[in-house]
Design a protein around this ligand. Structure first.
Ligand code: FPP
Length: 247
């Protein structure tokens, strides 16, 4: 089994055209738990283990950026108990893993309305960001309190304000500088978007940034997602032809 993984990894590294930025919609935690007769939070806990596996696998391949859809704007509408359990899990995991991430040269960043989180929670993330800011390995980007439409609206508001203040000429606006007003300011667009558990939706994730992103949907539920599943997605991507609207 591990031999099979090593072979796949070697083939990926030999092929060479790795995606620079991989984004993942980690779906299926609830279903994983339900199938086992467990509470939904058990699915999220198992999901954290999958996060660890994939961060390691991405680091081993030399992927530059991994963006994980960790908590959406819409997720606040879940039962209060589930929301606080996910948040607790996220902050406990960040606190527990940050030294290990740092040691492995991972740089942790966030994308989303972080300012709306409670000061305590923000603090843990700020500290993690600060601690790893000079690292040069994998950029681990946690999309948190993130919504794609809100992101575009927030960008439009920033732009309108700058135009009103005379800081920006409306005719100078183009796709490149518009992207600088997004939460992902400065990050290249994802090359590959993986969605687990079979749903064929974008779910308000990186709406602007995924215009030309390759999609990979697998039926595997997120807590069951392994390094091998990740490598298979990468291999699938490497064997596609990207045309960006050209022939
Ligand atoms: C989607 O499954 C999963 C989430 C909304 C939460 C994802 C969060 C984690 C895995 C914890 C994050 C931790 C770190 C450290 C990044 P779902 O509940 O929508 O599953 P369902 O569609 O089967 O109900």
């Amino acid at each position: 089994m591990s031999n099979e993984i090593d072979k796949l990894k070697d083939a990926i590294l030999k092929k060479g055209n790795l995606p620079t930025h991989v984004a993942i919609i980690m779906d299926g935690n609830g279903r994983w738990a339900k199938r086992r007769g467990l509470p939904r939070i058990a699915g999220h806990k198992a999901g954290v283990k999958a996060v660890k596996r994939v961060v390691e696998a991405a680091g081993e391949l030399g992927i530059s950026i991994l963006t994980l859809f960790t908590f959406s704007h819409e997720n606040w509408k879940r039962p209060k108990q589930e929301v606080s359990a996910i948040m607790k899990l996220l902050y406990e995991t960040t606190k527990r893993e940050i030294n290990e991430l740092d040691k492995n040269n991972v740089k942790l960043i966030t994308t989303g309305r972080i300012e709306e989180l409670s000061p305590q929670r923000r603090d843990i993330l700020e500290k993690a960001r600060e601690q790893t800011k000079d690292n040069t390995g994998l950029i681990l980007n946690l999309a948190l309190n993130y919504g794609g439409r809100t992101e575009i609206l927030d960008a439009v508001k920033l732009i309108a304000r700058e135009v009103k203040q005379g800081k920006l000429d409306i005719d100078d606006l183009n796709e490149e500088n518009f992207a600088k007003y997004l939460y992902t300011n400065g990050l290249p667009d994802p090359d590959l978007l993986i969605r687990t558990s079979g749903e064929k939706r974008i779910s308000n994730f990186l709406l602007w940034q995924t215009s030309y992103t390759e999609l990979y949907i697998t039926d595997v539920l997120w807590p069951n997602f392994t390094a091998k599943d990740f490598y298979e997605a990468i291999w699938d991507y490497q064997n596609r032809e990207r045309r960006f609207g050209r022939v």
